[in-house]
Design a protein around this ligand. Structure first.
Ligand code: HEM
Length: 506
């Protein structure tokens, strides 16, 4: 009997040891797999990492420690609030949301106006109020002027050499200064005329619809991008131009592929770069196509233009490529009549100049409200802490990725009454809101380089179109279009049709 009990004990002992070995083995395997996924660089991976080479081994050590901290988040000092981070995945599921800006805004209602998210070995801090965004981007601009290094970002920007995705460095500052000066020269010399010409062409295109319902987004995009291609290459296009459609198709494809989870996963899990990935192959093809189109244009322009102009063109092209992907859709019908009334009484039948804007407060209020409700770049472009710093009293270590949630700041109920309603009157005298609380162009060292171009364009296009047309929903539709928008790097209106009804002439 004793012999039987001993055997049972022995078996139990062996089972316990076996189960322990299996558990320990599984934990070790998981940890190894996790380290491999996060740290193993792809073969032939020529993407530059941010640290100078002399610091690399120390950096890998500190990244390992940092990642262990992420893996066991509860064990260390109190940190920023944020949703529970899953092993391996972190908060990737939060980032896969359909309309990311509004999802991040709803998380702010739960975790506060500053919270953290984790994605692989990257910690992101999401800023959701105007005050906090301004503290990071404007007051502490020199701490947060970097851009995150990412494998896919480097693919899209030719190794981080573009103005918008390039990291903060002497070379980047010189590049930005050059583009800024060239754009300023254009703004002073020719921009007004270029925009007016496009506004008149757009007017003719809408007249040609003869009151038929149409989706006008393509026409607005052509007009907006013609302003940019005129500045950059001295060239404009018809909507039907195969060349323009190739360029737009290619830029739209890059923006939408780059935002897809199949491609962003490559940034956090390098091992995935070894697996076949058809969307990523398409992205590489589109990037090569874009670079080829632009090279051809610049070569042509170099041959025809005097050298100063072509130098400007090259400087501007880097900046303008951002603007090309941004259709500036401004058709909000609700207060058209008030704007029309104001245009008629102030301008006495003539088209406005940009200098008339101070005499057209209703029109300016409508533009401000559109930019508040639907900021074109709702999450700006991610920033990176280039040194240890702090935001809203929280310690922010070097290399943390900062996401300025402009959409969230523009819907902050502490600042805007009835934040989801379209109410341009809030920007009129006595309306209680101030344009100073708006941040559609970001701020600080990374302020949108095209701000002046975009503002003049929004003003003149809207003024010309609302002077000449009344926009009404297509008769087949009972209600106004869905204005939620499709959010990727930019926030675009969903497709809808509208009738541009010409106003009676004077
Ligand atoms: C209504 C139209 C536009 C809006 C709302 C807008 C908004 C923005 C925002 C929010 C950023 C990110 C700022 C940050 O990182 O903090 C940005 C960056 C940028 N934008 Fe715009 N943008 C517009 C049009 C344009 C146009 C037309 C151009 C070109 C002429 C342009 C060129 C750029 C460039 C080059 C950057 C990168 C700046 C840098 O990284 O230093 N944008 N824009």
């Amino acid at each position: 009997m004793f012999g039987g009990t001993r055997r049972v004990r022995l078996k139990a002992c062996i089972m316990t040891v076996y189960v322990s070995v299996v558990i320990v083995g599984a934990v070790v395997m998981l940890t190894l797999l996790w380290i491999l996924l996060i740290y193993l660089p792809g073969k032939g991976d020529n993407v530059t990492q941010g640290e100078p080479s002399g610091w690399q081994s120390a950096a890998v050590g500190s990244r390992l420690l940092h990642s262990f901290y992420q893996f066991f988040p509860c064990s260390l000092s109190p940190s920023l609030p944020g949703p529970l981070s899953l092993p391996l995945l972190g908060n990737m599921l939060e980032l896969a949301h359909d309309h990311l800006p509004s999802h991040l805004t709803s998380l702010a209602r739960r975790y506060g106006n500053i919270y953290r998210l984790k994605c692989g070995n990257t910690t992101m801090v999401v800023l959701n109020s105007g005050d906090i965004i301004r503290e990071a981007l404007v007051k502490k601009w020199s701490d947060f002027a970097g851009r995150p290094h990412s494998y896919t970002g480097d693919v899209v920007s030719g190794g981080g050499r573009s103005i918008s995705l390039g990291d903060y460095s002497e070379e980047w500052r010189a590049h930005r200064r050059l583009a800024h000066n060239a754009l300023q020269r254009c703004t002073q010399q020719s921009l007004h005329g270029v925009i007016q010409k496009q506004a008149l062409q757009l007017r003719q295109v809408l007249l040609d619809y003869n009151g038929r319902a149409a989706d006008l987004s393509g026409d607005f995009t052509v007009a907006a991008s013609n302003v940019i291609t005129t500045l950059a290459f001295g060239k404009e296009y018809e909507k039907s131009s195969a060349e323009l459609q190739r360029l737009h198709g290619c830029l739209n494809e890059i923006v939408s592929l780059w935002g897809s989870p199949w491609i962003s996963a490559l940034d956090s899990f390098p091992l995935l770069r070894k697996l076949p990935n058809p969307p990523f192959s398409r992205l590489l093809k589109e990037v090569a196509r874009r670079d080829e189109i632009i090279r051809t244009h610049l070569d042509e322009y170099r041959m025809q233009a005097p050298s100063k102009t072509s130098e400007d063109a090259i400087a501007i092209t880097g900046a303008l490529l951002n603007g090309l992907g941004k259709p500036q859709d401004t058709t909000q019908g609700v207060v058209q009549y008030r704007v029309y009334d104001e245009l008629c009484s102030v301008l006495d039948g003539r088209y406005p100049q940009y200098s008339d804007r101070h005499r057209l407060p209703v029109l300016c209020a409508v533009i401000s409200e559109v930019l508040r409700l639907r900021p074109v770049a709702p999450l700006a472009v991610p920033h990176r802490a280039i040194r240890d710093s702090s935001i809203a009293g929280y310690f922010i270590p070097k290399n943390t990725v900062i996401i300025p949630n402009l959409f969230g700041a523009h819907h902050d109920p502490a600042v805007w009454t009835d934040p989801y309603a379209f109410k341009p009157e809030r920007f009129l005298e006595g309306g209680g809101a101030s344009t100073r609380a708006l941040l559609p162009f970001g701020g600080g060292a990374r302020l949108c380089l095209g701000e002046a171009v975009a503002k003049m364009e929004l003003f003149l296009f809207t003024a010309y179109l609302l002077s000449d047309f009344q926009f009404v929903p297509a008769e087949s539709r009972a209600s106004l279009p869905d204005l939620t928008g499709v959010a990727s790097v930019v926030l675009k209106a969903k497709a809808y049709t509208v009738i541009a009804r010409p106003r009676p002439g004077p």
